[in-house]
Structure formats: C-alpha cells, structure tokens
Design a binder for this molecule. Sequence first.
Ligand code: XLS
Ligand code: NI
Ligand code: NI
Length: 438
Amino acid sequence: MTEYFKETGKVQYEGPKSDNPLAFKFYDENAVIGGKTMKEHLRFAVAYWHTFQGTGSDPFGKATMVRPWDEISDPMELAEAKVEANFELCEKLGVPYFCFHDRDIAPEGATLRETNRNLDKITGLIKKRMKSGKVKLLWGTANLFSHPRYVHGASTSCNPEAFAYAAAQVKKALEVTKELGGENYVFWGGREGYETLLNTDMKLELENLARFLHMAVDYAREIGFDGQFLIEPKPKEPTKHQYDFDVASVIGFLKTYGLDSCFKLNIEANHATLAAHTFQHELKLAAINGMLGSVDANRGDLLLGWDTDQFPTDLYDTTLAMYEILKAGGFKKGGLNFDAKVRRASFEPLDMFYAHIAGMDAFAKGLKAAHRIIEDGKLDSFISDRYAGYKRGIGKKITEGKAGFAELEKYAMAHDQVANVSGRQEMLETMLNMYIQG
Ligand code: XLS
Ligand code: NI
Ligand code: NI
C-alpha cells in the first residue's frame, strides 16, 4: 500500500510543555473529562472536500496545493488514491470520522448511470478500508451546487428536470451513506436561494424545498436508514440570499412545513458569523429548541464577508462552543467536522497535519475550559440568581401564566420605582479568561 504522508507518523499526545508542532498539546484522546474520553466528547471528522479536493485556487489565481497524488491523471485512479490518503491521514491523526459529498469521493461520468457506477466502485473501496473500525463516516451529503445543471438551484430550481436530477442524486447519496454506516445525512442549501426576486417565485421554491426534504425522509424510511437528518444553515454564498439563512429561519421553515421532528441542525461557525450572529448564539438557539445535531468546526475572519473556512484556533470560540455543546448533553450522533481548508499559501502536505492538530488542540482546550465552567457552577448560579425574581411573587405568577395585563398594571402602580442590579459583564469576562487559562 502506498504511504502518502511519509513525513509524518502517528501523531502523539506530548502535553502542553511540548514544542513539537507535530504533537498534540491538549488533545489526549483517552483522557477522561466528566465521565467520557476526549475522543468520545469531540468526535472529530475530516472533511473530504477541503482536504482531498481543495486545490488552493481562488478567483485571482490557480491551484497551489502540492499533493502526493498530483501525478495521477486518470479520474478513477485518482479517486482511489484519495481514499487511501484519507484513511492514512485520519489514522495518523487519530481522527475517528470523515464526511463527504458524493462527488468528492468519485468523479461524474458521461451519464448519471456511469456516475453511479463510479460511486459504487469507490464506496466498495471505502467500505473495505472501514473494516478495521478505526475510521467511521460521520455524515454523507450530495453536491447539488457545482454542476451547471444546478445554475438555478436544485430542489428550488425553476426547472423540474434539475429537481428530478437532484432527487436521483440524493437517493443515491442516501444509499451510499447507509451502506457505509453514516451516522447522519446533511443538507446544506447549496444554491437553494435566489439572486433577485424579479425572477423568483419564492413561495413555490420554498414549498418545493419542503417537498424535496419530505421525499428524502420518506425514502430514508423506506431503505431503513436510521441516521440523523441535518440542515446546515448559511445566510449567503453562493446565492445572495440562502433560504436556510440561520438557525431561527431554519427552525421556522421546518415547523411551517411539518419537518421539525425529522431534522436537527448542523451549525457551522463561519456561517454563524456571516449571518451576523456569534457561533455560540447559533449553538444556543439550536440547543434550547432541542435541535443541536452536529457542528462544522471552522472559523471565519471578521474583517472578511465570505466563508473563509479557516481551521478553528480561537480558544474563546472553542470554549464557548464546547460550553453550549456540553450544556446540551454532548453530541449523540453528531460531531466536530473540520469544514476547514488550509490557506492557499500553506500548500505543503505537512500543513494538512499542522492544521488538523491546531483545530483538535483548540477544541480539546475548549472542552477542558468548558468543563471547568460547568463544574465550578459559578456562571450557572450567576444566571440563575439573575432571574431569581421569576421564582417568587409576581415573577412566578408571570412564568406560570397566572398574571395578565390588568394584574400587572395593578402591581406596577404599587411598585413604580423599578430597581435593577448590575449585569456584571466585565466580571464574567474575567472569569471566562481564568477558566481558559486553566
Ligand atoms: C458550504 C458548506 C458545505 C457543507 C457541506 O459553505 O459549509 O461545505 O458543509 O455541503
Ligand atoms: Ni459546512
Ligand atoms: Ni461553509
């Protein structure tokens, strides 16, 4: 078997004092935190598309990535090489999962039949490599946005031929995901949105999107796929307005069309910031609605208005994300998928390792800090004290639905000097710093 990443062996945990950039400083997969190992808590996944399909090209320049499979020109041979490289990378990093789009793992053929044959062949190869049980499939999805047939969208296209093709593609992607034991299936909106309302029947497009998702749920039941369905919100890019704008709009959409019991959300850090929310906000909103499913763990750049998909290294973000995830009871079927790409200038294969190690260590550190916050309980009691008024007197009547405007007016007349206490934001931010420093 070819070894693709010869510069690297199995990445080891060396602890915070290590200065070896090819070792973990915080991610110790067997370390137990709150009754679970780090590996069980974090459930990391490698994103096939960025890692094995990313070329480093941008609108201003060509591919820059230097990869050990660059010499291979036959598309199927190349696809097979990438499968091997994926398992080598995951195993060397100790990453227990990977995620893919159908077209990441196998190339399109001249016809849909040929494309499906390519996919079957590579699926067989992946299945063989999965036998050892070290690396599993966190989720599968279908690429319904790259090919020109999806220029107007897939299930929200004005063209029913595109709708039908997309349905055929998702049907097959579901079968492949099931075949590989995928624990989730993701719908990210691709080109499901619009550029201008001057040419768009928004009502029909939203209804068709819902019809499409119902068909997917029905088909999954038919074939006995018991993975979790996830929707990944994103406000813009590639379209000007994506229908799955953010957590709030997706929950509203799912409820309107009777899909809320079948879906949870896959929250991506950079999509949250593009929607002018924090990552923590989106996680919290999903969690309090019982809809937190999985996470695309990346990072944006607050000075840039697009999806930069950087590896997550900001400890405030990872701490607050892990805080919300732990508070929600931790991942069940979901995990932390590195939907992230190395920068265009980080073009050497070694950078793929540095990047994943950086993200894994940042989340391990975040997990530890978040666990400390919860164990310590000070933040929780601060919040519960802050709302204590709703546990007694007039506050209790409000939350129990026992007071209306007339009674509240009477109360306010008798207590018209409203007394407040400080929100203590700066004090709490210092506490957070201390938890992160450990
Ligand atoms: C794009 C999305 C995409 C999904 C999978 O912005 O993040 O990569 O995660 O289709
Ligand atoms: Ni994503
Ligand atoms: Ni994204």
